[in-house]
Design a protein around this ligand. Structure first.
Ligand code: ARG
Length: 558
């Protein structure tokens, strides 16, 4: 609101000064001492108007002063021609009031009204470990889905399970040869047995290549609906799902749909036909490939020379189905490891060539790798990291902070450690960072929230309301400069599919609150108490709303 108003005032001033169609950029300066907003329009248009930028800035300032914008306290020229805006105490009092009125809805808007978005995330593989990479996808995807939903989009949260492919032929052979169904079923963690069997398959296949042929045969049987093959496959799916569901419950993440790759088995034929009709397939050494114009991307294989389908074939069938199911204009986001970026560029381009989607309707969020500092992430012999153990370790470490909140603080710390950086960045995992109470961590944010809640609990109830009208003596504080920006931050995080903007904002906000808390009294501050409590309540509200978007619980006590 303030942003638009100020932009308009600047544009008016520029028009008065002779600019035909002014384009106005307005930013929040990094340094709060430079005001709440700054613009560089004077530097930008000085040449065109043939004046000195500093002089142009002064002229713009004068025009704006004449307009007497009620919520602008001061406008001034700075440096070589920047213009800084300082918002007024009334503005801040109003914005605090708005936070306290809108409560959990503060930060919502409806830019996405009437638009559908599928956020596909997590997508672990059946009979394989739920990896740290799938954890990243789960955390990032959940935050993106939540952010888009508060922006008014109608969001479909989809888990695209890896439950199909030639690996199931291998799995079946391994179970039949070396496994014992009853023993696996009785194991508390059946997936671990499956993974061991899978590893054994690969070890033995090195000296006994006939195993690979057997596996291929079993996969063909599975595809054809052979009862024994289907039965074993279903078992694998059920064991894995049980484990995954436990993890999702702990992570507090849910899905609207869980169509695994197998769901699209019978939907590939139609895609193959369409590709043929549109003359997009080319044979090469017996396989069917799509070649891209001017070879801007490497060719994409759609059908193997033995007629077998691939990951890509299933993805195309998936998106064709989604388009039919959810209608034209649906946007599809795939959250996966960054190593699939090239693959998704191929898929997106092909889907454009097919006329299915416009380029902005297909989005890939590719997350970076997680590396352990000195291999400390691995809690078990070998390379496999079992996520359950990582979650347990986080919770165990969080017990040192407070036993009662250990689960939400432990889980929250892992989520925040992920979301505080851009998805594409790698993570060098260090438990000391993850649970560092002093900054840049989930526990630090949760603690600042609990601290605010504790102040509010201690305050006299009659002072907790109606603080908006209270006049204050002291200057505007940093917290006020940040609180009103929350909706802008949420919007940006949604538009750019980048929850880290929310995370870094919350760090700044918590810093402002903690700094203020350390310096000033909140209770027993005489006339000021009412307003300070309102500010504390507004801080707590925004922190809670922000943490919610990141999938992190805000504890009342800690
Ligand atoms: N299951 C895959 C993996 O673990 C991720 C699936 C991503 N989604 C897709 N539509 N391809 O790598």
């Amino acid at each position: 609101m303030a942003t638009e108003h100020i932009k308009r005032a600047i544009a008016d001033a520029l028009r008065q000064l002779g600019v035909q169609n002014p384009e106005v950029s307005l930013e929040h300066p990094d340094d709060l001492s430079h005001g709440d907003y700054a613009t560089n329009v004077a530097l930008r248009y000085a040449k065109e108007l043939k004046v000195n930028p500093k002089k142009l800035a002064d002229d713009i300032v004068r025009y704006i002063e004449l307009q007497k914008i009620s919520f602008v306290e001061k406008v001034e020229t700075a440096g070589v021609g920047f213009i800084n805006f300082y918002l007024s105490q009334e503005f801040f009092a109003e914005s605090i009031k708005e936070v306290l009125q809108k409560k959990d809805d503060f930060g919502r808007n409806n830019i996405g009204k009437g638009k559908k978005v599928i956020v596909e995330f997590s997508s672990p593989n059946i009979a394989k470990p739920f990896t740290i990479g799938h954890l990243r996808s789960t955390i990032i995807g959940d935050a993106v889905a939540k952010t888009l939903s508060v922006l008014g989009f109608s969001v479909i949260r989809d888990n695209h399970l890896g439950d199909w492919g030639t690996q199931f032929g291998k799995m079946i052979v391994a179970i039949k040869k070396w496994g014992d169904i009853h023993k696996i079923a009785e194991n508390a963690a059946p997936v671990r047995e499956l993974v061991d069997l899978y590893i054994r398959f690969h070890a033995e296949a090195k000296t006994n290549p006939a195993l690979e042929d057997e596996a291929r045969e079993w996969f063909v049987k599975l595809e054809k609906g052979d009862a024994e093959a289907r039965g074993l496959w279903k078992q694998c799916v059920a064991w894995s799902m049980k484990e995954f569901e436990g993890l999702y419950k702990r992570l507090g993440v849910s899905f609207d749909t869980m169509h695994g790759e197998s769901f699209f088995e019978d939907k590939m034929q139609a895609v193959m036909k369409e590709l043929e009709q549109k003359k997009l397939l080319k044979e090469s050494e017996g396989a069917q490939l799509v070649f891209f114009p001017n070879e801007i991307l490497p060719p994409l294989m759609i059908l193997k020379k033995d007629g077998g389908t691939l990951y890509a074939t299933r993805d195309l069938a998936t998106d064709a189905w989604r388009k039919k199911e959810y209608g034209n204009g649906v946007t599809i986001i795939n959250e996966t490891g960054g190593e699939q970026s090239l693959y998704f560029r191929q898929i997106f381009m092909l889907e454009e060539m097919l006329g299915w989607f416009k380029s902005n309707e297909r989005v890939h969020i590719g997350h970076g790798l997680t590396r352990g500092k000195e291999g400390k992430m691995s809690t078990r012999e070998g390379n496999t990291i079992w996520l359950e153990e990582v979650l347990d370790e986080a919770v165990k470490r969080a017990e040192a902070i407070n036993k009662d909140t250990a689960e939400i603080v432990g889980i929250g710390s892992l989520k925040f450690n992920d979301l505080k950086r851009e998805a594409k960045q790698d993570i060098v995992f260090d438990w000391n960072d993850v649970l560092n109470m002093k900054g840049d961590s989930g526990p630090y944010l949760q603690y600042s929230y609990a601290r605010a809640m504790s102040v509010l609990r201690k305050s006299p109830p009659q002072l907790r309301r109606g603080a908006e009208s209270t006049r204050r003596g002291g200057g505007v504080n940093e917290l006020e400069h940040l609180l009103y920006r929350f909706p802008e931050i949420v919007e940006r995080a949604g538009r750019e599919y980048a929850p880290h903007f929310i995370a870094t904002y919350l760090i700044e906000l918590a810093g402002a609150f903690n700094g203020w808390y350390a310096k000033e009294r909140i209770l027993d501050a005489g006339e000021e108490t009412k307003y300070r409590l309102a500010l504390t309540a507004a801080f707590a509200q925004v922190m809670k709303n922000g943490l919610w978007l990141l999938g992190i619980t805000a504890p009342e006590k800690m």
